[in-house]
Design a binder for this molecule. Structure first.
Ligand code: GLU
Length: 329
């Protein structure tokens, strides 16, 4: 283990962790209202044993994050992977889409150095703000060589989560993320870090090339009594992939499944996920995936299933068998 102070690239994107304007007790605020420089300045007062190198990518609410910011985060993170003076990357991010950004990077970055997303549920100037603690925890994780080889992680609420498993499940509670199917990888405080198991992806290269473009992949939420018109509308606007946020184990009315099967037959891959909070969607349970040419999302919820399908379609993987193999992995 290295004894020198860890050098950590801090990529700022905004979010509540950099939120300002709440006046301490107010409800409204601006995500990303605080610059990364000021945020990192606040951290200096904590006396963390880390050399933080800030680089601002954006100052936005993560609901507005998109291809340009994702590309910039990927380029900067790759730079850190190749720079021997940098030990880890921390990305400050809004919590709304942390699982999407994190999972995209998880699929497209090597795992040689830790990459950690960190956010907050309360703005930086709110009473009881959680951002500084979450950041101090992220620094604790980033400084531990045992953090490498675990894929991209999310540090929130004294827990270290694999982004692949993480899902925002509360709109405002401090403990906003749940994980499925695995539980947290570790518990962390600013002064302690306990991993619950060994790294599982040591030395692994990036699983997919970063997408050269963002293909239109839509999420269609199923509802009782719906017809096939929304499926036709998605094809009409050029959808190149569809994720069904289905009922229960990825179910939808028969007419909708038939329309989705027609999409699959025409070369637009269709992945069945669930609108339910948690649980597996497996093949051929109530829906005849083999006959209809559909793919089961397994443990991924709709938002992350969409990210994986974007990466696959962008890399020319549209055949149902190969798409299913990616979701099974
Ligand atoms: N909607 C904002 C965002 O995702 C604020 C939510 C948060 O960061 O917790 O950036």
């Amino acid at each position: 283990m290295s004894t020198r102070t860890p050098r950590i690239l801090v990529l700022g994107t905004g979010g509540t962790i950099a939120g300002a304007g709440s006046g301490g007790t107010g409800a409204g605020y601006r995500p990303g209202g605080l610059s990364l420089e000021v945020l990192v300045g606040h951290l200096a007062a904590l006396g963390l044993s880390a050399d933080l190198v800030p680089q601002e990518i954006a100052r936005i609410g993560s609901q507005d994050i998109g291809f340009a910011e994702w590309q910039a985060l990927h380029v900067a993170s790759m730079g850190a992977m190749d720079d021997p003076s940098v030990d880890a990357v921390i990305i400050t991010h809004g919590t709304d889409t942390a699982e999407e950004t994190g999972f995209l990077l998880d699929l497209t970055l090597p795992t040689t150095k830790p990459v950690i997303l960190v956010g907050a549920m309360r703005p930086a100037d709110a009473v009881g703000a959680d951002g500084m603690r979450n950041f101090a925890n992220a620094v604790k994780v980033a400084g531990d060589p045992a953090a490498a080889g675990r894929g991209v992680m999310l540090v929130m609420g004294d827990a270290v989560l694999a982004v692949r498993d993480a899902r925002k499940s509360a709109t405002s509670a401090i403990d906003a993320f749940r994980t499925f199917p695995r539980g947290p990888l570790a518990r962390v405080t600013p002064s302690s870090l306990d991993w619950f198991g060994p790294a599982h992806r040591v030395g692994e290269a990036a699983r997919y090339p970063f997408p050269a473009e963002l293909p239109r992949v839509a999420i269609l939420t199923a509802g009782a009594g719906m017809d096939a018109k929304p499926v036709e509308a998605l094809l009409g606007i050029g959808a190149r992939g569809i994720v069904l946020a289905g009922m229960g184990q990825g179910n939808a009315p028969r007419v909708v499944l038939e329309a989705l099967a027609a999409c699959a037959a025409s070369g637009v891959p269709v992945v069945r996920a669930s609108r339910v909070d948690e649980g597996l969607v497996d093949r051929n349970v109530e829906v005849e995936d083999d006959a209809l040419g559909l793919v089961a999302a397994r443990a991924l919820g709709p938002a992350k299933a969409r990210v994986l399908l974007i990466v696959l379609v962008a890399n020319g993987v549209t055949d149902a068998g190969r798409v299913q193999a990616a979701f099974d992995g």
